[in-house]
Design a protein around this ligand. Structure first.
Ligand code: COI
Length: 401
């Protein structure tokens, strides 16, 4: 059908169709995507609010490769003698496969995946940091890139991989982390997709979640009309007056609580540790990494039961710890046990192996032993030694590109 041009003379922002109806079989609409002529786009950066958007023809959009998907994270390491090593990329490949199956997406074969990661590392060789300075973080990504309106598999998928040189994940560098135990919000529920590296597991946990009070304020605001019209006068009814008082009170509380959280963050919390969604008493994982608890010769970490990401660093550290003679247990870890641990540390591709210096739970801060003679240090040195070619790789974990 013919649609009037976007810029009509004299009517610059009015969009209209000359035809009364689009050319469609109106009796058989169903729920497949039949894009209408125009879409609306409005952008804003994280420091501003949305302002004026604009209409444009329905069309594919340009998307930053770093924007979306089911993703992976792996690294390329430069050795002292100038070789480039990958660390267990086949495990990333199989994890993407499992994740893709859970999300009903097709995935590249293990060979295709590893080949892509090798190509990315080679093509970007000059971006791999010098030994000791950092690593090249490679992010393979799978997105449903084709159009779909209902709930169902997308008609087209895109696998892509990009890379970025990185140093320490946390701004505190290699200093011990200060974790904050979140008691209201959870990361994942049994039966959900917490064990899969879906972007939806990371977006909600990347900042402090809103508090209950903040949510209450939203409910009150959205159910409180400002005024009640009665016999020509604007007047508040008793019910509305009550709501308004409640609103002012909750807003005050909200500001106090938010202030406390923001203050807490600026006081140096590194990340949030989540508890299980059913009992709210067992340790799950940190927003960005898995967690381990040390007591004597026993190292424990939450068992992967579908709500916890099966970290490749987690798995490697378990194996290294067993080689050193530690007893490693994968099981349920009550928060009380964590609080009473000798040492605590975190693992992840981005995080590597990081010591935890303190955990704050129910307004109480508990401190842990860290430092050069702690368990994490032993595991960290061995892992990074293998990854960077300093320690001989007897396990066949590294792949030279
Ligand atoms: C990784 O460790 O590779 C991750 O994807 C975690 C993310 C918070 C950067």
């Amino acid at each position: 059908s013919h649609v009037a041009s976007l810029q009509q003379p004299g009517k610059p922002s009015v969009f209209s169709s000359d035809d009364e109806y689009a050319d469609l079989d109106w009796d058989n609409l169903g729920f497949s995507i039949k894009p209408a002529d125009y879409m609306y786009t409005m952008k804003c950066s994280k420091h501003e609010n949305f302002k004026q958007g604009q209409l444009s023809r329905y069309a594919n959009i340009e998307l930053s490769p770093s924007a979306a998907g089911v993703y992976e994270g792996t690294k390329a390491y430069r050795t002292e003698d100038g070789r480039i090593l990958l660390f267990r990329p086949d495990l990333n490949a199989s994890r993407m496969k499992i994740g893709a199956e859970r999300m009903c997406m097709p995935s590249p074969s293990v060979d295709q995946f590893v080949d892509a990661v090798k190509q990315i590392a080679l093509a970007n060789k000059r971006w791999v940091p010098p030994p000791g300075k950092g690593t090249l973080y490679i992010r393979p990504l799978l997105i449903g890139s084709g159009p779909v309106l209902g709930l169902g598999p997308a008609p087209e998928y895109t696998f892509l991989a990009y890379a970025s040189p990185v140093g320490n994940y946390f701004k505190e560098g290699s200093a011990p982390l200060n974790l904050y135990i979140e008691e209201e919000f959870v990361r994942a529920a049994p039966g959900g997709a917490g064990g899969v590296k879906a972007m939806s597991n990371y977006a909600p946990v990347s900042e402090f979640s809103p508090t209950l009070v903040e949510k209450l304020v939203v409910v009150v605001i959205s159910s409180t009309p400002e005024f009640h019209q009665e016999s020509g006068k604007l007047k508040l009814s008793h019910g509305l007056r009550f709501l308004r008082i409640l609103y002012v009170f909750t807003r005050y509380l909200c500001l106090q609580v938010l202030k406390a959280l923001i203050r807490a963050k600026s006081r140096g919390f590194s990340d949030v540790l989540y508890l299980d969604s059913v009992n709210r008493k067992n340790v799950e994982e940190v927003s960005s990494c898995n967690i381990f608890v040390v007591k004597g010769n026993v190292i424990s970490t939450p068992a992967t039961n579908g709500t916890i990401l099966e970290g490749i660093t987690r798995r490697s550290v378990i194996e290294i710890a067993r080689d050193y003679g530690y007893q490693v247990e994968e099981r349920v870890i009550p928060v009380d046990e964590l609080i009473n641990a000798d040492q605590v540390f975190c693992t992840g591709t981005a995080v590597v192996v990081a010591p935890v210096g303190s955990i704050t739970y129910q307004n109480k801060r508990v401190e842990f032993k860290t430092g050069s003679r702690s368990v994490y240090q032993e595991l960290y040195s061995t892992l990074v030694g293998i990854q960077t070619g300093v320690i001989e790789d007897k396990k066949g974990w590294t792949v030279e590109v």
